[in-house]
Design a protein around this ligand. Structure first.
Ligand SMILES: CC(C)(COP(=O)(O)OP(=O)(O)OC[C@H]1O[C@@H](n2cnc3c(N)ncnc32)[C@H](O)[C@@H]1OP(=O)(O)O)[C@@H](O)C(=O)NCCC(=O)NCCS
Length: 186
């Protein structure tokens, strides 16, 4: 069973290690996220980055980072999503996405935007975006590098993203406890 919790200051090193062990992100990315984490913990607030940690027992499997997009009215971004390679396929990635999307919806979010790459190593993430009803809005060819395009996914937030008690037949339905959501992999 995977549990999703708002990240705590003690999760900082684990998040760094998840990125460094991801086989896809490197030190530049880990340092960038580390700075975002520091800001988020130093000055928590509604317009700050929101970090989520996915746990299975006492092991942190994955993390996500999302937040309101500054200078917009009710647009949100999901900035980072990463799971340890050995922990993939357990539902942590999609649970992190669902948790962030649901929270953005509760706070009146209108759109959520996701930026990703055409590199095939990101294909699993795009399966999650598709499954959540996000659509591929734009491709900017060679944005990241020659042969590496930027893909922008957009989701229109609505109540359908809120966990519902009527989801009885849905295997990923949340079991809600204060501050903690648990999701079961299909
Ligand atoms: C994207 C990512 C966070 C998903 O994490 P996850 O915990 O594996 O997510 P889930 O368990 O919810 O699985 C998502 C899908 O990927 C599949 N998957 C991902 N990795 C897998 C693996 N190693 N083995 C089997 N299936 C895997 C799952 O089966 C699932 O597909 P399905 O819904 O069709 O069954 C993870 O693959 C990752 O860290 N990728 C590299 C970084 C990345 O792409 N980040 C997003 C950048 S935009």
């Amino acid at each position: 069973m995977v549990s999703i919790r708002p990240s705590e200051p003690e999760d900082r090193a684990r998040i760094y290690n998840i990125l460094m062990g991801s086989q896809i992100f490197g030190k530049v990315d880990a340092d960038c996220v580390d700075e975002m984490f520091e800001q988020a913990m130093a000055k928590p607030g509604p317009d700050q980055y929101r970090f989520l940690s996915a746990w299975e027992g006492d092991q942190m499997l994955a993390f996500g980072c999302y937040g309101m997009t500054s200078l917009t009215k009710a647009t949100w971004d999901y900035y980072w999503l990463c799971a340890l390679p050995e922990a993939r396929g357990k539902g942590a990635g999609s649970a992190l996405m669902r948790h962030g999307i649901a929270q953005a919806t509760r706070e009146g979010g209108r759109l959520m935007v996701l930026y990703t790459s055409s590199d095939l190593r990101y294909a699993f993430a795009q399966r999650i975006f598709d499954e959540l009803g996000f659509s591929l809005h734009t491709i900017i060819p060679e944005y990241y590098d020659v042969g590496d395009d930027l893909k922008i996914y957009v989701g229109r937030l609505s109540e359908s993203y809120l966990p519902s008690e009527h989801d009885a037949g849905h295997d990923r339905r949340p079991i809600v406890a204060p501050g903690v959501l648990q999701w079961q992999k299909r």
